[in-house]
Design a protein around this ligand. Structure first.
Ligand SMILES: C[S@@+](CC[C@H](N)C(=O)[O-])C[C@H]1O[C@@H](n2cnc3c(N)ncnc32)[C@H](O)[C@@H]1O
Ligand code: SF4
Length: 384
């Protein structure tokens, strides 16, 4: 049974040059000065070796180097991690191997090295193509750096690459967002991730909030970026993810479809299914402790009952394809009719489509996913 659930590997590399004021990801500044690369690679492989039982008989469908800024690591280090992983487990023949790169760290030799190490999909954090916005976002690169990095990625021969673009930026106009999109859509990427700037708690922006566009401008920007992506042949398949046919991100799809993934590295999360159910794992966020002992304060938590139900929904409703009722029942063991009943109020408001054998958020529902989910949170309903 478990063998049939796709398995992915997430590798967290938590260093950046400096911290962006909007970012709440687990990342440490100063990675350009202090990067204990060799020691960290050793810890990662020690960490992965402890998951050999999960890897047994289950070739990895995808690997994702996320951060932080993985492109601060040398190609040798990335190659060592992949070679070490291949000794512990196996890679599916068409395994997707992605790496997040910051345009401020882009060099031709480095990109070629990543490609030669086995990376076949690069994800570039462009964020904006206007210097005033990049400066406001605390980015370490200019618009020209971003354009050069994209051109470099396009010329390096990765199977495909993604561009992350943010919108709804402080004082952004619709024309500025349109200009960003026009450039991004013509840059040769097969995938774009379009993120509306959110002010996350515990960030510098939360302490001193920047002036965001007024609601009507924000809505007009959102409509503009979504329409432009669709007209250029990028199909929206998740709230923020758009791809040309055949180029959806296999790794992220596996999360949203409730597949399994091993997460290694300081602060990484994983989810694995086994004979005893579904388990979530976390690794310590204390990087020094992780370097000393990657097993330090590792937690393992069984996901069942309401939590399982909730997590399945939280992921499946992000996808425009939604999820299949039969899969919901197979994973959670809970009743299909119980789920349909709970979702009826959102369906009556036109936020959820319950008409077929799949359940999906409507286009309007995708805009209001939080309000669909809020009344359904686990402590507000009894187990089926
Ligand atoms: C973990 S970051 C990795 C990329 C890389 N570190 C970089 O910034 O170039 C993944 C993406 O999440 C998006 N992101 C991070 N924080 C965000 C926020 N508060 N609001 C909207 N998007 C955000 C950015 O587009 C970013 O590229
Ligand atoms: S470079 Fe990326 S991960 Fe690092 S602080 Fe900025 S947004 Fe966060």
């Amino acid at each position: 049974m478990t063998e049939a659930i796709p398995l992915s590997l997430y590798v967290h590399l938590p260093w950046c040059v400096r911290k962006c004021p909007y970012c709440d990801f687990h990342s440490l500044p100063g990675g350009d000065r202090v990067l204990p690369e060799k020691a960290y690679v050793r810890s990662l492989l020690d960490d992965l070796a402890s998951m050999a039982d999960v890897l047994a008989g289950r070739p990895l469908q995808s690997v994702f180097f996320g951060g932080g800024t993985p492109s601060l690591f040398s190609a040798t280090a990335i190659g060592d991690i992949l070679a070490g992983a291949a000794r512990i487990g196996a890679f599916a023949p068409d395994c997707e191997i992605s790496l997040e790169a910051n345009p401020g760290t882009a060099e031709a030799g480095r990109f070629r090295g990543f490609r030669d190490a086995g990376v076949n999909r690069l994800s570039l954090g462009v964020q904006s193509l206007q210097d005033r916005h990049l400066a406001r976002l605390g980015r370490i690169h200019t618009a020209l750096d971003a354009q050069r990095a994209v051109e470099l990625a396009a010329g390096t021969g990765f199977r495909s690459f993604n561009i992350d673009l943010m919108y709804g930026l402080p004082e952004q106009t619709v024309d500025e967002a349109r200009a960003d999109m026009a450039w991004v859509l013509g840059a040769g990427a097969a995938h774009v991730s379009l993120y509306e700037l959110t002010i996350e708690p515990n960030t510098a922006f939360a302490q001193a909030p920047p002036p965001l566009p007024a609601d009507p401008v924000r809505a007009a920007i959102e409509a503009c970026v979504q329409d432009m992506a669709a007209s250029a042949g990028f199909r929206r398949y998740e709230i923020s993810a758009y791809a040309q046919d055949g180029f959806r991100c296999r790794h992220n799809l596996n999360y949203w479809r409730f597949g399994d993934y091993i997460g290694i590295g300081s602060g990484a999360h994983g989810k694995v299914s086994g004979a005893t159910g579904v388990w979530r794992e976390t690794r310590t966020r204390d990087v020094r402790a992780y370097l000393r002992d990657p097993h330090h304060q590792r937690t393992r938590h069984r996901v069942d009952g309401d939590e399982l139900w909730w997590e399945f929904l939280l992921n499946g409703l992000r996808l425009t394809e939604g999820f299949c009722l039969a899969d919901f029942h197979a994973v959670t063991g809970l009743s299909k009719t119980g789920l349909v009943e709970r979702l009826q109020p959102a369906a009556r408001e036109g936020l959820i489509d319950l008409s077929g054998d799949r359940i999906r958020a409507t286009a309007r529902g995708l805009c209001f996913l939080d309000s669909i989910l809020a009344p359904l949170m686990p402590d507000t309903f009894a187990t089926n």
